[in-house]
Design a protein around this ligand. Sequence first.
Ligand SMILES: C[S@@+](CC[C@H](N)C(=O)[O-])C[C@H]1O[C@@H](n2cnc3c(N)ncnc32)[C@H](O)[C@@H]1O
Length: 387
Amino acid sequence: MITDAVLAGTALTLHRFPLEQKNRSLQAWDAADEYLLDHITTAYPDARDILILNDAFGALSCTLAARLKDHAQWHITQVSDSFVAQQATRHNLAENQLEWVLDETKLTQLDSLATLPEQCDLILIKVPKNAGLLQHQLSQLSHLAAGIPIVAAGKAKEIHTSTLKSFSHFMQPPTTSLAVKKSRLIFCTTTGKPVADKFPVSWALENTPFTIHNHANVFSRDSLDIGARFFMNYLPAGKKPLRVIDLGCGNGVIGLQTLARLPNAQVTFVDESAMAVASARENVTHNLSDRVDDCQFIQNDCLSDFSPNTADLVLCNPPFHQAQAITDHIAWQMFLQAKHTLRNGGELRIIGNRHLDYLDKLQRLFGNCKVIGNNKKFTVLSSIKRS
Ligand SMILES: C[S@@+](CC[C@H](N)C(=O)[O-])C[C@H]1O[C@@H](n2cnc3c(N)ncnc32)[C@H](O)[C@@H]1O
């Protein structure tokens, strides 16, 4: 991994998370970060109170903290939906001897459902891939005072007419920069006029009495994922008091349906997205209110720091990308940590696209792997922990 960065003239060491990635060309900052930082260094040299949204691994936060650290009055608010992004930021601050900015609340980390501060000098946005998340965030920003400059940055090919329409809907009409290194900036200003967004959205979960609520950044937010639909046919049933984990729970459909089929189970819903965990909690609360006490809802990086031998069953529909990069390292981390968390005799049950070689991976890791369901697109696999 390349870790030596010079951003707007500031030399930093920046790591991408998780740390042990094999792909050496991946790094913790991109050309859009560079463009954004170069621009604001000359355009807003006096900004001291800065709100940053969607800083992937803390490159923006670390650079600005390093630049502002010798001033008397300054504050950065970092807003992210991602546990991993916030964890990476804390790590990168420490790598650059800036961990004190957290202790002294010079830098505050908020999740994407938290109330934003009402006032600041400058708002920076890394344009998220998920247009719904952008709309949610612009709606939140529309509640701030009028006249605050916003500079957003992203890959030029991911800034569409619809992206600019979203800015116009919630803010003053935007303008854009020329593309530099395939990145573009968007400029606009807050209006001080609150505009509501459409999230969370709800839909009926087929073949159940349940209604599923989804915050803006939740996987398969607008309908049931086809993989999850197939997985539903292979969820356990019965009276055993199982300790189940819905790993990468998204809106929690898998865990919710499992709770309904296992009256004595306890289910832990885990996701790295704050909006996913909030959606899963709302979905249990609204649909199986008498089971909320049987559940835990945890925002975490996979099962890091979970105690060993504490689960009977881990259910998982793993992700295959992170921060716009296609990768299987999160699935692999999930499988490894599921094995660690399961008791001897416990089971990891997953769904995957047939073309991904999860069978081979699980066979190597657990020493056994059985296909328990199959269609043209998906395979449901089961591995038992034997030691
Ligand atoms: C394919 S989706 C499955 C969502 C849901 N279980 C379903 O079947 O509809 C994978 C989920 O893994 C979550 N995820 C990605 N990286 C993660 C990580 N490092 N730790 C925990 N969850 C993660 C994503 O936020 C996403 O909700």
